[in-house]
Design a protein around this ligand. Sequence first.
Ligand SMILES: [Zn+2]
Length: 75
Amino acid sequence: MPNIFNVHCMMCGRASGHIREGKFHQLPSTPPPITRAGRSRCGFCGGNLYLEAEDSPFAPQLVATTTKGVTRRAS
Ligand SMILES: [Zn+2]
């Protein structure tokens, strides 16, 4: 079961960030989501946001690399 979800906009299709271990992580190049009537909306266009499960086989490695600061060498 995935524990990483990408957050996308239904209107413009842009990614706002991702949810990892229950916490939202905003992408550095995006405006923060707008909260309106208790719902989060796209910071670009105000559209509805949806979650998409990250099913990439490399996702667990990316999480380990980014959270622990470990880098992998290309051999
Ligand atoms: Zn949008």
